[in-house]
Design a protein around this ligand. Structure first.
Ligand code: F6R
Length: 610
């Protein structure tokens, strides 16, 4: 969590840092701050609350300087407050540090530093780093930061500056993301690419255990532990700055919902054989023999990515006839799972930085599994540590509530299911062709689904005042029910439960009243009739049912109070389309309630702490 930026170059750093932090607010937004080298001293401005409060303060009292660092925070140690906001300084005020991560041994370090006479002003773990740098400093900022980090245990992305070194910024990472951006005579450091896109697309992804000494002339990268210089590779990122802007939409979330037709098309691009009869996944490195030997697929993910994995489970089991287990990453790591070299571990993460998912990846790898990452972020930790990787190509997702990342993750899982089915000989060519044709139609069909926004908005107008909602689905749309409920909860703060519809009679049916609407996923397929029965059960208890169903399903209209139509597709693929009305419903409810849709309370987009 937390977003960090750094700038060194010919321009005034303050505005560049504020603009960069705006692109990183999805990582945390409970307080923000900058430290600017103004002449021969470092001046710090920090404010609790959204970045705008800091920006307003800097308008009232501007800071000018050509070297600076900034931070937007998601609190771990110490409540959100001006004092706990970053950057943090040492006793002398010569050094300023921004940090993303957790310093696990900060308490013994703090005690030792206090015993040596250091005075601490915040409750954060980060402040120890500033004081450690002060202890180790003998005129060389790079050497002092490196020595300090050799004492630190935990996860960090860090940038430090010093008033005696107007031409140097030092950045380092261990288990938290950090990139360097390279311009002409200017350099940037950031937690994520969108923060530098307005200035450059030339980036270097720092690896774990690396530290960079950055001057206006360039950056040199070293190993933190032994100090050896390491070779780096510059990447030209494909995303452009416009991709990370709102493009006329009121919120990023609405923009990202509407980007889904294009995003799905991008996910499919180049992933079929020339004759379109088979799926091609060059990023998946397990050979035919390895795939035949598999006796289990284990999917590891958190939150929305977990729901995408859950949809994938249905597809893989059906098309590739192999058992699929799915685990919430935070549970997997503590349950001594049965994993060996015949397991394919599929790790799904939009950001590629989720701490629990990364821990699950490492656990699976250690136990001999082939680890396949499904991620949206090239160069992320998950990308680098997995044996194989399939990118979702959704483009930058800025809103905290995941939408296009979710549907593109599902698309990758369908491609994987078809590929495994082909390689394992469980999917006859004619069936495969039918599924591939259906998959290729989805981006076009998605266009008609996102166009129903105004209709769904009307439902949100009617229902945004309720206290609770129930989401019911069966089969591959059981995860859609879970995802619909999660979306509503996280951005509108309306309580919602997602349930397997067959479970309703085992408890949740007690919730049904006229004031607790039910969203029922009643798509064509093997469980359709069962869903109709469940809808009738809700109606018999005076519940209000909003059903998501096929556009030409007149039967459904007889039972549900309202029907949101989506185009017909293969039952296995229907969750991609069916979730969109639920994304829109949550979006418009939150908007009617006047809530901060893109930055809901207590959340952050990238959960880089356990
Ligand atoms: C909800 C949401 C989260 C993420 C989860 C995993 O809208 O976005 O539940 O899906 O935090 O994040 P990633 O995919 O980055 O690992």
């Amino acid at each position: 969590m937390c977003g960090i930026v750094g700038y060194i170059g010919p321009e005034n750093a303050t505005q560049i840092l504020i603009d960069g932090l705006r692109k990183l607010e999805y990582r945390g937004y409970d307080s923000a701050g900058v430290a600017i080298l103004t002449g021969s001293e470092i001046q710090v401005a920090r404010r609790e609350g959204k970045l705008d409060r800091l920006a307003d303060a800097l308008k009232a009292e501007p800071l000018y300087g050509k070297l600076g660092i900034g931070h937007t925070r998601w609190a771990t140690h110490g409540a959100p407050s001006d004092i706990n906001a970053h950057p943090h300084s040492d006793c002398s005020g010569h050094f300023a540090v921004v940090h993303n991560g957790i310093i696990e041994n900060y308490l013994p370090l703090r005690e030792r530093l206090q015993a040596n006479g250091h005075t601490f002003v915040s409750e954060t773990d980060t402040e120890v780093v500033a004081h450690l740098i002060e202890e180790h400093y003998h005129g060389d900022l790079y050497a002092a930061v490196r020595a300090a980090l050799c004492e630190v245990v935990g996860s960090y992305a860090i940038v430090a500056v010093c008033s005696d070194n107007p031409d140097t910024m030092v950045a380092a990472r261990q288990h938290s993301p950090l990139i360097l951006g390279h311009g002409d005579g200017e350099h940037f450091v950031a937690s994520d690419v969108p923060a530098v896109l307005a200035h450059t697309r030339r980036v270097t992804y720092l690896k774990n255990g690396e530290i960079a000494a950055i001057t206006r002339a360039g950056a040199r990268v070293f190993n933190i532990q032994d100090g050896a210089e390491v070779a780096t590779e510059e990447t030209i990122v494909a995303w452009d700055a416009a991709a990370a802007e709102k493009g006329g939409y009121k919120h990023f979330m609405l923009k990202e919902i509407n980007e889904q037709p294009t995003a799905l098309a991008e996910t499919l691009r180049g992933r079929f054989s020339d004759d379109r009869a088979g799926v091609r996944l060059p990023g998946f490195k397990l050979d035919a023999e390895g795939i035949t030997r598999l006796n289990k697929v284990l999917i590891i993910a958190c939150g929305t990515a977990y729901h995408a994995g859950f949809v994938g489970k249905y597809a893989i089991e059906k098309l590739a006839r192999i058992p699929v287990e799915i685990d919430v990453a935070s549970e997997l790591r503590y349950r001594d799972p049965l994993i060996d070299d015949r397991t394919l571990a599929v790790v799904i993460s939009q950001s590629g930085e989720t701490a629990d998912t990364l821990a699950g990846l490492r656990e699976a790898k250690e136990r001999g599994a082939h680890v396949l990452a499904v991620t949206n972020v090239v160069g992320s930790s998950v990308d680098r540590e997995a044996d194989s990787v399939l990118y979702t190509y959704a483009g930058p997702e800025i809103a905290v509530a995941s939408t296009k990342a979710y549907t593109t993750q599902q698309m990758v899982m369908f491609l994987l299911a078809l590929y495994l089915g082909e390689m394992r000989g469980t999917l006859p060519a004619t069936e495969r062709a039918r599924y591939i044709a259906a998959l290729q139609r989805l981006p076009e069909q998605m266009k008609t689904v996102v166009d129903i926004g105004p209709r769904v908005r009307e439902f949100s107008r009617r229902f945004h005042g309720v206290h609770s909602m129930l989401y019911l689905g069966r089969g591959s749309n059981f995860p859609t029910a879970l995802e619909g409920a999660l979306k509503l909860k996280e951005i509108s703060y309306i309580h919602a439960e997602g349930y397997a519809a067959g479970e309703m009679k085992h408890g949740p049916i007690a919730l049904i009243t006229p004031d607790c609407p039910t969203v029922a996923l009643a798509l064509p397929g093997g469980v359709y009739e069962k869903m109709l029965s469940n809808i009738k059960e809700v109606k018999a208890r005076w519940g209000h049912v909003i059903a998501v169903g096929a556009e030409d399903d007149d039967e459904l209209r007889k039972y549900a109070d309202d029907v949101i139509p989506v185009p017909r597709t293969e039952e296995l693929f229907s969750p991609v389309l069916a979730v969109v009305p639920l994304q829109l419903l949550a979006y418009y409810c939150a908007d009617y309630l006047g809530l901060d849709v893109d930055q809901p309370r207590n959340l952050a987009k990238s959960v880089t702490v356990e």
